[in-house]
Design a protein around this ligand. Structure first.
Ligand code: NAP
Ligand code: ZN
Length: 351
């Protein structure tokens, strides 16, 4: 076993603080990664504060991991020492169920192993995530990152990128589609960039008037202040697809009625408490669908990384030191993120 350090929450009502723990020695099919940067997802906050229930403490979050390979097991063929790599929200799955066979490990019938707060099958207890100096992961759950890429700005693609790319791709977003994105945070700003690169006309819905110029710079063709009823009305029955990234409960009908016949709104935000139930009439009169989507499979994540590299897409980031993580969480709750915090792991020192 190898000693590792990181930042973890000891309880739901405690801030994250310095924490020492063990990582396993790389097994035959494992890759050991020295973590350079880790993005900060709103899910990290939900889980560190046990907002979804089921958090095992200590909770060491982080699933937007990028870094350099430092050791590989004897059977590893895809990676070698020195390679730039990433790890997203999953570190393992059964590999044999129908979902895994189809490359949808996130829907593994036997439950995938989450990068943090998952079941650690090697050491027992919960898995520990990327707010740390190193991680050991099966090579099949490691992603290749091109050498010429800005590692810090790529890290949010491992969750925010794939979580938005997967539904946009699955629902066939393409040229000629009018696509709504709700919320301009970590996921939302990636959705705007990716939907635009897929050829869509993008309408960004925000509660923050101060984000209008940024939204346009990021690629939105139109920006709607969602609290303004007249602006919302102007989009009724017009959108082919909506990706809703909001992390808090809100009125879904205000968006459902913007969909045209057969349009779909897909939820990726996971609020701590439920949304008010949407109106049935809004669904049936235009055969609209309300759907959900969870991250994306490993193959699809590599496709997303390649798609983003080809279209020159990375995340707009604000780099922080690891001891600023608790302030970053508070700012995230105020929708004050431009547009993803990324922890510079050089700031993590043995104490
Ligand atoms: P984030 O950076 O905090 O962005 C969320 C955005 O939602 C905010 O910037 C804000 O945008 C908007 N918002 C926040 N509170 C709101 C409210 N009360 N009413 C209306 N809009 C509000 O969060 P994130 O990291 O993008 O994550 C978003 C959600 O997705 C979280 O719940 C997270 O757990 C979830 N998630 C799901 C998956 C999945 O696989 N499905 C994967 C990753 C994350 P404006 O200022 O523009 O309004
Ligand atoms: Zn995430």
């Amino acid at each position: 076993m190898a000693k590792a350090i990181g930042y973890a929450a000891q309880a739901a009502d405690k801030p994250l603080s310095y924490f020492e723990f063990e990582r396993r020695e790389p097994k035959a099919d494992d890759v050991e990664i020295e973590i350079a940067y880790c993005g900060v997802c709103h899910s990290d906050l939900h889980q560190a504060r046990d907002e979804w229930g089921g958090t095992v403490f200590p909770c060491l979050p982080g699933h937007e991991i990028v870094g350099t390979v430092t050791r590989v097991g004897n059977d590893v063929t895809k990676y070698k020492v020195g390679d730039k790599v990433g790890v997203g929200c999953m570190v393992d799955s059964c590999g044999t169920c129908i979902s895994c066979e189809q490359g949808h490990e996130q829907y593994c019938e036997n439950g995938f192993v989450a990068t943090y707060n998952g079941e650690d099958k090697h050491l027992g207890g919960a898995t520990y995530g990327g707010y740390s100096n190193r991680v050991v992961v099966r090579e099949d759950f490691v992603l290749k990152i091109a050498d010429d890429q800005d590692l810090a700005a790529v890290s949010p693609l491992l969750c925010a990128g794939i979580t938005t790319y997967s539904p946009l791709h699955h629902w066939g977003v393409t040229k000629g589609h009018k696509v709504g994105v709700v919320g301009l945070g970590g996921l939302g700003h990636m959705a705007v960039k990716i939907a635009k690169a897929m050829g869509a006309e993008v309408v960004l819905f925000t509660t923050s008037p101060g984000k209008v110029d940024d939204a346009k710079r990021l690629g939105a063709d139109h920006v709607v202040i969602s609290k303004d009823e007249d602006q919302m009305k102007a989009w009724r029955n017009r959108l082919d697809f909506i990706l809703n990234t909001v992390a808090a409960p809100h009125d879904l009908d205000a968006y459902m009625e913007l969909l045209r016949l057969d349009g779909t709104m897909t939820l990726v935000g996971v609020p701590a408490s439920p949304h008010p139930s949407p109106s049935v009439a809004n669904l049936i009169f235009k055969r609209r669908s309300l759907a959900g989507s969870l991250i994306g499979g490993i193959r699809e994540t590599q496709d997303m990384l390649d798609f983003c590299a080809k279209h020159n897409i990375t995340s707009d980031i604000e780099m922080i030191d690891i001891d600023e993580i608790n302030d970053a969480y508070e700012r995230m709750l105020k929708s004050d993120v431009k547009y993803r915090f990324v922890i510079d792991m050089k700031s993590l020192k043995q104490q």
